[in-house]
Design a protein around this ligand. Structure first.
Ligand code: GUN
Length: 286
């Protein structure tokens, strides 16, 4: 048997079509949704992500503005930019691309964003809403994973989901969303004992650890659905390659469905960012 490929590009295109329709409707009411993207420093991967976000915004009719700041920008200068965007009534969403340079405290910056404009869903007010089961602006990558899971499995109620990784950006919000969907949720991390045996019990495995091909066939129950959040750049056979946290070739014959890397979760993250921008715009005018 070979797993079905979960096509993140096609699913993202569907979300972006929905978003474009909603943008048109808002524009007919005189509201032009706008997303501000803040990029500090010159991390090459961050530049690629920001370029893709700005392009997707354009494709859905969302106005975007970019604030590029040099790597040596002080925390105070960055906070001043955020304060200005918070105060601008024509800006609905604010995204500060992570990681920030080491001298800037990320939490302090994320907490400075107006929670109503926090399209990443990283502000403690939005994190709290999610953990209490009343999500408004939900982190884009886990929200994208949930769409892929619902498209693949329908109702997730009662399924055993294992999330591997406990980051604030993916692992923790992913666990909260799965719990809200009535899954039985286990979160595994670097200190977990018998992680592989626990993972092998799961109906759903979400891998978000940032370690290339760590999850092999022996982590996966036959027929499980596997969502691979990892985007790792490796050097192989003299070539630069993008690989996930899952050993795709090994898991393919075991799982019932799996996301490829690239073309799985990645496109969904951007699509859900556009969705959140429209939600934020609607909320601010509601
Ligand atoms: N860097 C890696 N993933 C993300 C994300 O989802 N949001 C932001 N702002 N930065 C990131």
């Amino acid at each position: 048997m070979s797993a079905r490929l979960i096509d993140g590009k096609a699913a993202a295109a569907r979300v972006l079509t929905e978003v474009a329709t909603q943008v048109e409707r808002l524009k007919a009411q005189g509201i032009e949704p706008a997303l501000a993207v803040v990029l500090v420093g010159d991390d090459p991967a961050s530049h690629v992500y920001v370029r893709n976000k700005v392009r997707s915004a354009g494709e859905t009719g969302i106005r975007s503005l970019e604030r590029r700041l040099p790597a040596e920008t002080s925390a105070e200068a960055l906070l001043a930019v955020i304060a200005e965007l918070n105060a601008d009534p024509l800006v609905n969403g604010i995204l500060v691309q992570l990681p920030l340079p080491g001298h800037i405290d990320e939490t302090r910056v994320l907490q400075a964003i107006d929670p109503h404009k926090d399209v990443d869903g990283f502000h403690s007010e939005n994190v709290g809403g999610l953990s209490q089961g009343r999500p408004v602006l939900t982190p884009c990558t886990p929200a994208g994973c949930m769409r892929l899971l619902r498209d693949t499995l329908g109702d997730l109620s009662g399924k055993h989901a294992v999330v591997i990784g406990r980051s604030n950006i993916v692992g923790k919000p992913m666990a909260a969303l799965l719990l809200a969907a009535n899954c039985t949720v286990s979160v595994l991390h670097s200190r977990s004992r018998d992680a592989q045996a626990l993972s092998r019990q799961a109906d759903i495995v979400v891998a978000a650890i940032g370690r290339p091909r760590m999850i092999g066939a022996d982590w996966i129950k036959p027929g499980a659905v596997v969502i691979d959040v990892g985007i790792n750049r490796i050097e192989e056979d003299g070539r630069n390659r993008l690989v996930g946290d899952v050993d795709f070739d090994a898991v393919l014959p075991v799982a019932s469905a799996i996301t490829p890397v690239p073309g799985g979760v990645g496109p969904m993250t951007i699509a859900l960012l556009m969705h959140n921008t429209v939600t934020a715009a609607r909320q601010q005018h509601g």
